[in-house]
Design a protein around this ligand. Structure first.
Ligand code: ARG
Length: 462
């Protein structure tokens, strides 16, 4: 009967209940947030005359000891203490005596966990954005070196039009930039203090919520206590943000896996980020991008899990909510490790520009340019030029060559409005550089985009 809430109970808890009910095995990760929250709360209670100066000092000293016990590994985390809040308060009281019991005045574990978990998530919003920034730097650096490196641009995984590899990488830079913005949006929106909401309805004690909010670095105080103690939107947002980010990482991973195959041969991962096979001596496997792709499934599961936990809950706090933490911790850990390893794998990846260029010679990448030529030089409606170019492709196929390698004579047989000045239009580099419209793939436009991303990175204060 050593439970803090055992006043109305006459029988002790079964050990099965202890195990089932406890969150201490995983919520202990929030110990710093919990202690900081308690110290902010205690200082406020003293400022409001609810604790005296000696009581506050005792709490502060006791908490310092609890903190050092936790950080040195001396603290005893017991499943029978249920969660970190009770374990820490119990230890504090053991150290400083009954003053420890005054700390929970005007507070409940409901607002306590809401503060701890929210602050942890807000911190991680930032830290993940910082890691994304490092990844973005690597991606933009690669792009800046490859604004002239031709690669087949694809749709439906079929050769479409020639683009440059820098342009391709900047598509991912665009995604990662939005991922940073989403995390920052979430952090701003959710930077609201739950402390002082108590169990659900507020408190009769004369507290100062503005004060604890400011101490803990919140921008403001939440408006409605009933909402505040049951709201887990902030956790869902980080789960969604991580899922979206991992979906982007997974798409890039999928391309790296394809590109490192013999069939493509566009890139080679460094030995440090590849693995071998236990049976086939020749193998060099892209385990890193494969795992990144796989782990994306796992973080998606965490998002759906919490959405499902939350969807049927009546107001306000319900114990179901305790199920919010493990998935969030798992997604955060996965995101952090994934971002670090992806940045390293990209940094050390060899780009095989020759193979990329060779691949551009297949698939009639400049067929659209032939149609565009007839529009621009001969005033033929695009719908008709599309058909003419299609016939040229069919002729090239019959000859066993690429449209870009067709002779002028052959082209004229397809349509006699085609003149000799068509030839540059069929060249791959010309085609890439012709796409000069805003956001297009021409080397100049790509360099412009590189500068935009560099400026964005430079202006980021995270
Ligand atoms: N361990 C609990 C959780 O994570 C803390 C809040 C408990 N509140 C309660 N009324 N039982 O949700």
């Amino acid at each position: 009967m050593d439970k803090m809430w055992s006043g109305r109970f006459s029988e002790g808890a079964s050990s099965l209940l202890d195990e089932f009910n406890a969150s201490i095995m995983f919520d202990r990760r929030l110990y710093k947030e919990d202690i900081e929250g308690s110290l902010a709360h205690a200082s406020m209670l003293q400022a409001q005359g609810i604790l005296n100066a000696a009581e506050l000092t005792a709490i502060q000293d006791g908490m310092a000891e609890v903190l050092s016990e936790i950080e040195s590994g001396m603290f005893e985390w017991k499943i029978s203490d249920e969660d970190l809040h009770m374990a820490i308060e119990k230890r504090l009281t053991a150290i400083i005596g009954e003053t420890g019991g005054k700390l929970h005045t005007a507070r409940s574990r409901n607002d306590q966990i809401a503060v701890d978990f929210r602050r942890y998530v807000l911190r991680k919003d930032r830290e993940i954005a910082q890691l994304l920034k490092s990844l973005l730097e690597v991606v933009v650096e690669i792009a800046s070196k490859h604004t002239e490196t031709l690669i087949p641009g694809m749709t439906h995984l079929q050769h479409a039009q020639p683009i440059n590899f820098g342009f391709h990488m900047l598509a991912y830079a665009s995604m990662f930039k939005r991922d940073i913005e989403r995390l920052e949006d979430s952090r701003r929106r959710n930077n609201v203090s739950p402390l002082g909401c108590a169990a659900l309805a507020g408190t009769p004690h004369n507290i100062n919520r503005e004060m604890t909010a400011a101490t803990l670095g919140f921008d403001s105080v939440s408006v409605n206590c009933l909402d505040t103690v049951s709201d887990r939107d902030f956790a869902l947002e980080i789960l969604f943000n991580i899922s979206t980010m991992m979906m982007h990482i997974s798409r890039l991973s999928e391309e790296i896996i394809l590109w490192s195959s013999y069939e493509f041969g566009f890139v080679e991962l460094s030995d440090a980020y590849s693995t071998g096979s236990s049976i086939m001596p020749q193998k060099k496997n892209p385990d890193v991008p494969e795992l990144l792709r796989g782990k994306t499934g796992r973080v998606n599961g965490n998002l759906i899990s919490l959405l499902t936990v939350m969807k049927g809950l009546p107001l306000a706090y319900n114990k179901d909510t305790q199920e919010d933490k493990e998935g969030v911790f798992d997604s955060i850990d996965t995101a952090e490790l994934s971002l670090k390893i992806l940045a390293e794998a990209l940094k050390t990846m060899t780009i095989k520009a020759d193979n990329m260029a060779k691949a551009c010679q297949k698939g009639h990448l400049t067929a659209t340019d032939l149609a565009d030529y007839l529009v621009q030089k001969c005033g033929v409606p695009f719908r008709e030029t599309h058909f003419i170019s299609g016939k040229a492709v069919a002729r090239a196929e019959a000859l066993g060559i690429d449209v870009s390698a067709m002779s002028f004579d052959e082209l004229q047989k397809v349509d006699d409005r085609i003149k000799e000045d068509v030839m540059p239009y069929l060249a791959l580099k010309h085609s890439m550089n012709a796409r000069e419209s805003q956001g297009g793939t021409s080397t100049l436009r790509t360099m412009e985009q590189v500068v935009q991303f560099q400026n964005y990175i430079e202006g980021l204060s995270l």
